[in-house]
Design a protein around this ligand. Structure first.
Ligand code: NAD
Ligand code: GLY
Length: 370
């Protein structure tokens, strides 16, 4: 760390890139492109949604212009319900209208939805052009913008269509969180807590010891930078070991198996992604007690931290058959077995595929009656 700025290198053999974490770093976008060797003549398409473009669109375009780049801004509606083929077509239409070539660049300016869609559009335009992530939600800073998973939802399931396409740079400006609604900030904290449970017990302890983690205004700048740094570092190390999710990377989906089912069954409306993940972490924590993978004490630590972050922890009463069907369409299913990322202790998880459908039925009816 230097002057309240962290740089993490994602050391992938064919696509190494830098994640810069710094308050105010959005202003560096032009100079960072020059540092990357991007030519001034490169055509740039910045993709954002109305809210984020309103706050930061002019700033990004202005800074690019100051450094001698010309860029166009495409604004598309981008809620979870718009994470679909129609939105990708809008980005491709704009790529066509702006004559984007193989050497052109897309910049995703927004949360995980904009990042995932822009990355996917970039991966498919002319069979793949470069893109850069400027994440503006806590969730996209600590998770979605790093690691190269891009994609959209299918009507039958979340993120079923997509591609691995690594960004050339991730620019995290914590100042952009000042305009983020409090509910979205708390949702991002679910993914931070996830890193604590899966690999980083020190991060978990830091969060437990912090005076406050559910209100950005009460979190000191250095603590905020530190927890984003720990989260991105954890993700980078996992992605470096298993870029294409042959095995280890699946642990990043901790809490997501039940979380995705909750999101799909509620039509992506009742809960935002991070909230569904928090409820999913509670559910897998309960299953881990039932199957004796971890202790009630560890489970209580997780529950207390999720509560401290202001996240929902109650399982919604859901149709069990529908939950099982949603779990079966999870991307981690192998040869019909539902695979769960099971917690063993804070900082330690393992993949388990031995839970039978009958056990799941019993467990889900217990959850419904809690
Ligand atoms: P999001 O992109 O929907 O953004 C949440 C809301 O915050 C939106 O309404 C947006 O307009 C608003 N917003 C964003 N930045 C803002 C700012 N600075 N100021 C004011 N408002 C702002 O949600 P998200 O939580 O960032 O991302 C969720 C998506 O990320 C899901 O689709 C999920 O599947 C995906 N995701 C992907 C990965 C990955 O590895 N690719 C990892 C985790 C999640
Ligand atoms: N968010 C899960 C992953 O990047 O693999």
């Amino acid at each position: 760390m230097k002057n309240n700025s962290y740089t993490i290198k994602v050391n992938l053999k064919s696509n190494p890139y830098k994640v810069l974490i710094e308050k105010g770093s959005i202003k560096l976008i032009g100079s960072e492109l020059i540092r990357l060797g991007i030519k001034k003549s490169t055509k740039i398409l910045v993709v954002s949604n109305p809210v984020v473009a309103n706050h930061y669109g002019d700033l990004v375009l202005g800074k690019l212009k100051e450094s001698g780049f010309e860029a166009n801004l495409l604004i598309i509606e981008a809620g979870e319900d718009k994470k679909n083929q129609a939105s990708i077509s809008l980005i491709h239409d704009s790529a066509y209208e702006n004559n984007l070539e193989r050497t052109s660049l897309m910049i995703a300016l927004g949360g995980g939805v904009i990042g995932d869609m822009t990355g996917f559009a970039a991966s498919t335009w002319l069979r793949g052009i470069s893109f850069i992530q400027i994440p503006t939600t806590l969730l996209s800073m600590v998770d979605a913008s790093v690691g190269g998973k891009t994609g959209i939802n299918h009507p039958q399931g979340k993120n079923l269509i997509g591609a691995f396409h690594q960004p050339k740079l991730v620019l995290i400006d914590t100042k952009t969180l000042n305009t983020l609604p409090s509910r979205e900030f708390k949702a991002g904290m679910a993914e931070v807590i996830k890193y604590g449970v899966i690999v980083d017990k020190e991060l978990f302890k830091k969060l437990e010891d912090a005076d406050c983690i559910d209100n950005l205004k009460l979190i000191p700048d250095d603590l905020l930078l530190d927890i984003i740094y720990h989260s991105v570092q954890a993700k980078a190390l996992i992605v470096e070991k298993d870029e294409l999710e042959g095995g280890l990377r699946a642990i990043l989906n901790y809490g997501h198996t039940f979380g995705h089912a909750i999101e799909a069954l509620s039509g992506y409306e009742q809960w935002v992604h991070g909230e569904a993940v928090a409820i999913g972490m509670i559910a897998i924590g309960e299953l881990a007690i039932k199957k004796k993978f971890w202790t009630i004490k560890e489970n209580t630590r997780q529950q207390d931290l999720l509560l401290k972050a202001g996240l929902p922890i109650s399982w919604p009463n859901l149709d069990i058959d529908k939950v099982i069907n949603a779990l079966k369409s999870d991307k981690k299913v192998r040869e019909g077995n539902i695979r769960f990322v099971m917690p063993l202790s804070i900082g330690n998880v393992k993949i388990v595929d031995s839970i039978s459908i009958k056990e799941l039925y019993d467990f889900l009816s217990e959850l419904n009656n809690l």
